[in-house]
Write a new protein. Structure first.
Length: 289
């Protein structure tokens, strides 16, 4: 699978930020983007890169546990991205960082993230649903019926994604309800570094969470004139998890109104451990008939 190997290598390359060596009142890093057939930087990429940049200013034992970010402008994948990290606060157990991603001198993404040393404490978690088919029991999606640009994006994606009940690329099968589940994993193993897996999980968290809103209204991605854009993204890391093993992403949308929709999600290991929680609001505009 040459395409799969190259796509995962591309993911690792964009997560490997370079220290610019410049110092003002902030730490400066630079990065590149994956080539995107539709000419816009994938939001999950700049989100993951911003987390990597903030993490570079902290010792490895102080890890990200939450982030809140806003997508401000569409990015150009042909241009590099500059990340500035403001060291807002360092406490005994927690640290706070603000990361801004810039292109052409203007911010395209702004994030505040919190980091914590591993501490003991109370523990509970919402259990994983027990009625979801296993990934081995789901059919692989054949992209041959997609538009050539969509087919290219599908084939160059670094992750395998299996929908329950079915994907929304060309049609919405089954009931039009504001919920779905997705099995996902990278297409080949990643390095053992937990920081890489945390950043890659952020990357994957933006792939399908918008679809609960579309599914609720029977709107497929191929709908002519459909416009979807992520507005903001929040994420909480609860437990370690490997993104090169199957993860179950359980998603639902509690609300849509005024050209915006809210989606939430929970990410579980195959064994049922709750790894992360996600929330995202999107702009969605469906053409009138």
């Amino acid at each position: 699978m040459t395409d799969a190997v190259d796509s995962v290598a591309s993911l690792l390359a964009v997560l490997d930020l370079r220290d610019a060596g410049a110092r003002t009142t902030e730490d400066i890093f630079t990065g590149v983007s994956q080539a995107m057939p539709f000419g816009r930087v994938y939001g999950g990429q700049v989100l993951a890169q911003s987390i990597v940049a903030a993490s570079r200013t902290l010792p490895p034992e102080r890890t990200v546990h939450s982030m809140h970010g806003y997508f401000l402008r569409p990015g150009d994948p042909a241009d590099g991205i500059t990340f500035s990290v403001d060291r807002i606060h360092d406490g005994r157990s927690f640290s706070t960082r603000r990361t801004q991603a810039y292109q052409a001198g203007v911010p395209i993404f702004s994030m505040i993230a919190s980091f914590q040393d591993d501490d003991p404490g109370l523990e509970h978690a919402e259990p994983m649903p027990d009625d979801i088919p296993l990934p081995e029991d789901l059919p692989e999606f054949d992209p041959q019926g997609l538009h050539p640009l969509s087919r290219r994006m599908f084939s160059e994606r670094p992750a395998d994604v299996l929908h329950v009940p079915s994907p929304l690329y060309t049609s919405v099968e089954g009931p039009h309800v504001p919920r779905q589940a997705v099995w996902m994993r990278t297409r080949r193993p990643l390095p053992d570094d937990p920081a890489v897996h945390r950043a890659a999980l952020a990357y994957l968290s933006d792939l399908t969470i918008q679809e609960t809103i579309l599914r609720a209204h029977g709107v497929a991605w191929s709908t002519p004139g459909l416009k979807v854009a992520s507005l903001d993204h929040a994420m909480w890391w609860h437990r370690p998890g490997r993104v090169d093993d199957w993860l179950l992403y359980v998603q639902e949308s509690p609300n849509a109104r005024g050209g915006r929709g809210l989606s939430t999600g929970r990410i579980y290991t195959r064994d049922g451990l709750l790894v992360a929680s996600v929330a995202q609001e999107i702009m969605v505009r469906v053409p009138r008939d």
